[in-house]
Design a protein around this ligand. Structure first.
Ligand SMILES: C[S@@+](CC[C@H](N)C(=O)[O-])C[C@H]1O[C@@H](n2cnc3c(N)ncnc32)[C@H](O)[C@@H]1O
Length: 276
């Protein structure tokens, strides 16, 4: 495989499983693009509400990326509380530390989601947002999140339903190939649909599942976040779509964007429960 196709693969959504082995500046830019979208901000606030965060609490964000959500949580727990952001990636932790150094009660640690390295029952609430579809063993990660949360504390996991993502287009078959390629690049694309059963089977109580569909009319943001052009190139190279069909699909979507007729939608599944 050529260096260029390797680069294309590296940029796929699934490469979030190992950011340090890729162009991490590109991944950080893509996260920043997402954090700028109002619909993303709204569902993230919803996850804080599901955590039942309050002043003085000790909480954590697993797979915190550049730490924007951990910082958001600090404003809820206040100076008497504490927030820890955990991430597997050294580059993400370095970025989070430098971006939020001045915030009191906010710390970052490099750790794998299934081995956080903190004491049992030490947190009041914990969340992971768009992380478990990438980890090797989501069930082990949920066990670890339960282990570090005190009885009565809240566990919240939010994941995008990538196989259900859609983009308005004249060519539904090619949209399906594109969505399939994006989904398959994640380790566990169907995990959001299993979260209810996983939480129930692990004995969590007070279960709540909330689904928020985020929509965008901004082709630029969607193309950047999902790396549409790169995924289409990969699908073409893999022989899943003919080059002329891929070009026609892109042209249709761009024309829709130029005439204000572009729309895309992605559902975010938020699963929450209380440790008994
Ligand atoms: C799509 S990003 C989401 C980041 C952040 N939660 C947000 O909403 O902006 C996924 C993050 O999970 C981290 N990650 C991936 N696999 C991980 C693992 N096994 N343990 C901990 N973090 C992991 C990545 O390094 C990356 O920062």
């Amino acid at each position: 495989m050529s260096g260029e196709s390797n680069k294309t693969l590296d940029r796929q959504l699934g490469a979030f499983a190992n950011v340090d082995n890729t162009d991490h500046a590109d991944f950080i830019e893509r996260l920043d693009e997402m954090h700028g979208l109002d619909s993303f901000k709204a569902y993230k606030l919803e996850t804080f509400r599901l955590m039942r965060v309050a002043p003085g609490m000790a909480v954590a964000d697993v797979g915190c990326g550049t730490g924007e959500d951990a910082r958001g949580l600090s404003s809820f727990v206040g100076e008497t509380g504490h927030v820890t952001g955990f991430d597997l990636s050294e580059a993400m932790i370095a970025s989070a530390k430098s971006r939020h150094a001045e915030v009191t009660g906010l710390g970052f640690q490099q750790a794998s989601a299934d081995a956080l390295g903190i004491a049992d029952n030490s947190l009041d609430a914990i969340r992971a947002d768009r992380v478990l579809i990438h980890v090797p063993d989501p069930s082990a990660t949920i066990d670890e999140m339960i282990r570090v949360t005190r009885p009565g504390g809240r566990i919240v996991i939010s994941e995008p339903d990538m196989p259900g993502f859609w983009v308005a287009s004249d060519d539904h078959a090619t949209t399906g190939v594109l969505v399939g390629a994006i989904s398959k690049s994640c380790r566990h694309p169907y995990l959001p649909r299993d979260l209810w059963a996983l939480f129930r089977d692990k004995g969590l109580k007070d279960l709540e599942i909330t689904v928020r569909t985020i929509t965008s009319n901004e082709i630029g943001a969607i193309a950047k976040v999902l790396d549409l052009q790169a995924v289409m190139t990969l699908a073409t190279q893999a022989g899943l779509v003919a080059p002329a069909t891929a070009e026609a699909w892109m042209q249709d979507v761009m024309e829709r964007a130029q005439t204000g007729r572009f729309v895309a939608a992605l559902s975010i599944v938020m699963m929450s429960g209380t440790k008994s």
